[in-house]
Design a protein around this ligand. Structure first.
Ligand code: ACO
Ligand code: ZN
Length: 170
């Protein structure tokens, strides 16, 4: 992707760089209970650099989205074998929320998954109690397609949400 500067906002979106990974891991630890090793972040950055995007404000990272590409049956049901973009993790630092950064990260990653990696649809898992995230995904055209019982380590259920990429992106 190109660096995206927003006239109205105080942040830029740009592709992740290797030297960002520790800062991304820090945001991940501060904002989500699901954490991953350095090598997990690194391998996704190497394999799918166009859909691993960071938001930067005043030379500090304030958010990220990390995705990978998989092949499998459509999350909408049936036996269509498709290329699926999987949003593994997205977060925005608390003091930078509700400014459109999360949605902008999602939109850029979805464009990359469609245009660069040729995915047919995008999906993700989200805690059933995570209303802010569910609302954001719905505003982007995602629908709840499944619920997985006890998906998380603490026993909470996950909604699987999916968005078809073959139509136009909202
Ligand atoms: N309550 C209700 N709706 C909300 C909320 C909220 N607290 N936050 C976002 N939304 C909805 C609104 O429709 C909003 O549009 P609006 O502000 O015009 O009303 C829309 O989502 C877009 O909001 P953004 O400002 O773009 O979202 P933000 O930058 O605040 O980031 C995010 C949203 C990433 C979910 C943030 O709250 C966050 O980091 N949460 C903690 C980490 C997390 O839960 N990540 C998702 C886990 S699931 C996964 O990673 C696959
Ligand atoms: Zn997942």
């Amino acid at each position: 992707m190109e660096v995206l500067r927003r006239e109205d906002a105080q942040y830029v979106l740009r592709p992740v760089r290797e030297e960002d990974i520790l800062e991304v891991m820090n945001i991940n630890r501060l904002t989500l209970p699901e954490n991953y090793t350095y090598s997990f972040f690194y391998s996704i950055a190497k394999s799918y650099p166009e859909s691993f995007i960071v938001a930067e404000s005043a030379s500090k990272l304030v958010g990220y989205i990390m995705c990978r590409v998989e092949r499998g049956f459509s999350k909408f049901g049936g036996l269509r074998f498709r290329k699926l973009g999987h949003v593994v993790s997205i977060a925005v630092m608390p003091e930078h929320r509700r400014k459109g950064i999360g949605k902008a990260l999602m939109l850029e990653a979805m464009k990359a998954m469609r245009n660069v990696y040729h995915c047919d649809e995008v999906y993700l898992e989200v805690r059933v109690s995570n209303e802010p995230a569910i609302k954001m995904y719905e505003s982007l055209g995602f629908a709840i397609v499944d619920t997985i019982k006890h998906y998380y380590l603490d026993g909470e259920n996950a909604h699987v949400m999916a968005c078809d990429l073959l139509g136009s992106l909202k």
